[in-house]
Design a protein around this ligand. Structure first.
Ligand SMILES: Nc1ncnc2c1ncn2[C@@H]1O[C@H](COP(=O)(O)OP(=O)(O)OP(=O)(O)O)[C@@H](O)[C@H]1O
Ligand SMILES: [Mg+2]
Length: 345
């Protein structure tokens, strides 16, 4: 049996009357990259800060693997634990050079003195910051500071890495660079925990998603498995020419009959009242369907073969919002509704 790298047990944090983290249980295995995803104020940073020992839990436990491969309570006994690295806030040592800053953190984390220079050069090269080695951090752009922040987090080559919003506020190129760095660390077998609002980025690098809302983990699984638990499945069928309004009613009616076996039978009325909608601006039929890839193939066949004289299909895709966005919005919404209903009772 594999021992998890970290295990959270009933982890809770109150700030006065506010419960910021509410009985979280979570296990992360070696080599997993976990995305911690949830709305503002959900408790992501608070959870991360407890793991970083910047905050003490109100109750519950954080168990981390020690060098013997056993789980050990982080707050009770910090000796012999595996190394962790954190990017929580970008270190604000702006009057230092990149080199001095990394050296400072290397010493702080007891990295072997005689290897520090080599390690700094290696990381600056990896992060494309070599030219900036002796420049003051105050001259760095936000993206460069963020990369330096990650370099700082991994300077001592930790096996468990925690990144809080590593890509927030960065332009697309800088985001891609950080994504590549996360993948690079992933390839080295590191265990990584990333909190982020950038769902696309998260879905690109994470093996599993922990969805957190109002301090609770409401889902923890691979994106594919999470999607399977969702009822809502939609497909966007883009067509070449706009449908004349006077023909639309009839086409929708015939589509509904032809696709009847595949349409979503208990469509959530809050999502849509009808299983096939036409969006005139985009020239798209939105189809709420039930089932799998095979069903999508059947639907496409019917659209092309039986409606040839009505429209030409240009594209047939799942909506542009990423899979994870759909999962996120639906699960958070359902959780909030449950919460409101319980409050009313
Ligand atoms: N030091 C503190 N004192 C009091 N309340 C706090 C403190 N830190 C966080 N909180 C509250 O705890 C809740 C969770 O905050 P947290 O920063 O963990 O959220 P988050 O999920 O990281 O949000 P974001 O996406 O905005 O970063 C919020 O309601 C926040 O106001
Ligand atoms: Mg936060």
């Amino acid at each position: 049996m594999t021992v998890p790298v970290i295990k959270l047990e009933n982890l809770t944090k109150n700030f006065g009357a506010l419960r910021a983290v509410d009985n979280i249980d979570l296990e992360v295995l070696e080599g997993e990259v976990i995305g911690l995803v949830g709305p503002n104020g959900a408790g992501k940073t608070t959870t991360i800060k407890m793991i970083a020992k910047l905050l003490r839990p109100t109750s519950g436990k954080i168990l981390l693997k020690n060098k013997q491969g056993e789980l050990q309570d982080l707050h009770w006994n910090a000796r012999n634990l595996i190394e962790m690295g954190f990017l929580i806030d970008i270190p604000a040592f702006y009057d230092m050079s990149a080199n001095d800053l990394l050296r400072y953190f290397a010493l702080l984390r007891n990295y072997p003195r005689n290897k520090i220079d080599e390690r700094i050069n290696e990381l600056l090269f990896l992060f494309k910051l070599t030219k900036w080695k002796h420049e003051k951090v105050s001259k760095f752009s936000k993206g460069m500071k963020q990369k330096l922040g990650i370099a700082q987090a991994i300077i001592h080559d930790p096996s468990f890495i925690i990144l809080d919003e590593p890509q927030t506020g960065l332009d697309p190129n800088a985001r891609i660079e950080i994504r590549q760095l996360i993948r690079y660390l992933q390839d080295q077998g590191k265990t990584i925990f990333v909190a982020s609002h950038l769902l696309y980025e998260i879905s690109e690098v994470c093996n599993k998603i922990a969805l957190i809302n109002r301090g609770k983990i409401i889902a923890f699984d691979t994106i594919d498995n999470l999607e399977k638990t969702l009822k809502r499945k939609e497909i966007d069928c883009e067509i070449l020419e706009p449908i004349p309004p006077e023909l639309l009613g009839n086409i929708i009616k015939r589509l509904t009959v032809a696709l009847e076996p595949y349409l979503d039978k208990d469509l959530d009325p809050k999502v849509s009242k009808i299983p096939i909608k036409y969006m005139p601006n985009e020239q798209v039929f939105k189809i709420y369907y039930e089932g799998s890839k095979n069903v999508r193939a059947e639907i496409l066949k019917i659209l092309i073969n039986e409606f040839e004289s009505d429209f030409s299909v240009v594209s047939f895709t799942r909506p542009r919002t990423s899979q994870l966005e759909g999962i996120y919005s639906q699960m958070i919404k359902e959780d909030d509704e449950r919460f409101e209903n319980e409050k009313k009772r």
